[in-house]
Ligand binder design. Structure first.
Ligand SMILES: Cc1ncc(C[n+]2csc(CCOP(=O)(O)OP(=O)(O)O)c2C)c(N)n1
Ligand SMILES: [Mg+2]
Length: 561
């Protein structure tokens, strides 16, 4: 794995007396971790002092709200796929990070939550200590798959190592470590340990052969990719070519295929191809929409590749389940497939025609598409787009061309409004070498707009475009269309976003149309010393939902579930 290469040898391997905090920081740096997102407080004072004494080896980026710190860690983890810690106080501090941690779980992101605790001896006694919360460990255990409490200095290296390994083992995702206020500063004999190797999952050769046989015999195969395919991009592209199979992506799988390839298909075309498909290969995706909305029947063979052994059969048992990391499995499939298939007729022209027809249909979303064109024209191919739960985000998921893996970040099934701006700050902080663009609605942006202060303080050159329609526009449209125009709780009183951003010391301007947005973006990307906000005032935008929530096209939903 990438992280093993970057891992450093711990500075001390002999037994030496250290505090729990020092041992934790030393082990984090041994994993190549060089940044921690943070909001301090008395429970973690010894830990912060260890960070201060660690000097240049770890950069501490402090946010203005714990959710900001946790979203930034999420962004950094998503941008790099490397372990990314954040540290906060217990109780309210932990709960303030809840939505970010939940989203990290849903996105299988390697975020490490470091959470303070009340005095060790009093945990569970309900004495009313500062920030005490009932069963904090139990709450954390519901949010992540792996968690533990560090109870003594010598445990720190072992538990940090296990936490990091857990993030890349089985179903990937976040992990958490608690430590009590009086344990961080406790000194004891510590043996620092190098990072643990990530166990390789053996490939089930019979299952791969079975999948290769079925894919080789297929007439109209379809590949569906999710977040779990991001590191298998090259091999998925080869597989698509070999099988002449279109590859569908929606939110987390965007960028696995290069959208200049006509075989890279977005949701509405995928829906059409699902109806015709005889064999579907799902790679690192829940396949929830196809399974639960588009319909299944016995003429459709489903093959799944997933890191989580329990995932493939959750909705319906697939014909073949291949468990492990996508990349080596797809590679093995590629080597076996030629035995099971002849040369295939090219579907390039067919796919080009289908793409052209879809573009026609999508022209219904013209206002959104014009803004997305301006964005794409200025955001370089390796620039990273961070999506939000807003009209422009919904359109981007089905229409923004994406060319490279990990350059389109969307919150996945949580679709967690307000995640975008602070997450994008973490992305830009971790990838200062590429431009990062966040979009937001006026609703979503104010969830974490306070973190403009963090962006200025830490000179994070993120560019944010806020599309301001004076409403929770999506909610309002549903109320208008489906609830007899009884509009409730969906109008918004907004600040002047330009003056608001400027008051933090950020650069800001207003762009009233797509052309002005493009010009503003050019100026913004040229600025690398701090954040830029661009406000785009918009009216109501056409609904994208007919292209996203699509009806059954095969089988009988009721009997298949
Ligand atoms: C955490 C969370 N709370 C509430 C929602 C429900 N929700 C979905 S879209 C939306 C409105 C978004 O408003 P805005 O950010 O202004 O985007 P717009 O639809 O106006 O473009 C809301 C409240 C959600 N998805 N996530
Ligand atoms: Mg809005």
């Amino acid at each position: 794995m990438k992280k093993a290469k970057r891992a450093r040898k711990p500075a001390v391997d002999a037994v030496s007396p250290m505090t729990t905090a020092d041992a934790t920081v030393a082990t984090l740096t041994a994993h190549g971790i060089d940044t921690i997102y943070a909001l301090p407080g008395v429970h973690n004072d010894h830990f912060f002092d260890a960070l201060a004494r660690a000097g240049d080896s770890v950069r501490t980026v402090h946010a203005r709200h714990e959710q900001g710190a946790a979203y930034m860690a999420l962004g950094a983890a998503l941008a790099t796929n490397r372990p990314q810690p954040y540290v906060v106080v217990p109780g309210p501090g932990l709960l303030n990070t809840g939505a970010a941690l939940l989203t990290a779980y849903g996105m299988n992101a390697p975020v490490l939550a470091l959470i303070g605790q009340i005095p060790d001896a009093d945990i569970g006694r309900f004495l009313g200590h500062l920030h005490e919360i009932r069963d904090q460990a139990g709450i954390i255990a519901r949010l992540v798959d792996w968690s533990a409490r560090i109870k003594a200095p010598h445990e720190a290296p072992l538990l940090v190592n296990e936490a990091v390994r857990s993030m890349y083992t089985g179903r990937p995702g976040p992990a958490a470590l608690e430590c009590a206020i009086d344990v961080w500063g406790r000194k004891g004999a510590v043996v620092l340990q190098p990072p643990l190797p990530i166990p390789e999952v053996p490939i089930d050769e019979d299952a791969v052969a079975n999948a290769a046989k079925r894919l080789g015999a297929s007439k109209r195969p379809l590949i569906i990719v999710g977040g779990g395919a991001q590191d298998a991009s090259e091999d998925v592209r080869r597989l698509s070519k070999m099988l002449q199979a279109p590859v569908l992506s929606y939110r987390r799988g965007r960028g696995v295929m290069d959208d200049s390839d006509p075989f890279s298909v977005m949701l509405p075309l995928g829906h059409e191809l699902w109806r015709e498909a005889d064999v579907v290969l799902g790679i690192g995706t829940h396949m929830l929409y196809p399974h639960t909305m588009w319909g299944l029947d016995n003429d459709l063979t489903v093959i799944r590749i997933d890191a989580d052994p329990e995932e493939p059969a959750r909705i319906r048992k697939p014909a073949v389940a291949l468990i492990g990391n996508a990349q080596p499995i797809v590679r093995r499939l590629l080597s076996m497939l030629p035995k099971h298939m002849g040369k295939r007729a090219s579907r390039v022209e067919e796919m080009q025609e289908r793409q052209a027809k879809l573009r026609q249909r999508l022209s219904k979303l013209k206002p959104q598409l014009a803004f997305l064109e301006a964005i794409r024209a200025e955001l370089p191919e390796d620039g990273i787009f961070v999506d939000e739960v807003t009209q422009l985000g919904f359109a981007a998921r089905i229409a923004l061309p994406v060319y490279r893996p990990r350059t389109f970040l969307s919150p996945g099934y949580q679709d967690n409004l307000g995640w975008g701006f602070a997450t994008a700050l973490g992305v830009q902080d971790a990838r200062r070498d590429v431009p990062v663009l966040a979009i937001s609605g006026d609703g979503g942006f104010l969830y974490t707009a306070n973190e403009l202060a963090t962006a200025v303080r830490h000179r994070i050159p993120l560019v944010t475009v806020v599309f301001a329609d004076g409403a929770f526009g999506n909610v309002r449209r549903i109320q208008q269309e489906r609830f007899g125009n009884r509009v409730i709780a969906s109008d918004l009183a907004n600040p002047d976003f330009v003056r608001f951003a400027e008051s933090f010391g950020a650069a800001a301007e207003r762009a009233r149309d797509a052309k002005a947005l493009r010009a503003a973006l050019k100026r913004a990307f040229a600025r690398r010393d701090g954040p830029t906000l661009i406000e785009v005032p918009v009216g109501p935008l056409p609904s994208p939902w007919e292209f996203i929530m699509m009806p059954p096209v095969r089988g009988n939903i009721a009997t298949m579930r």
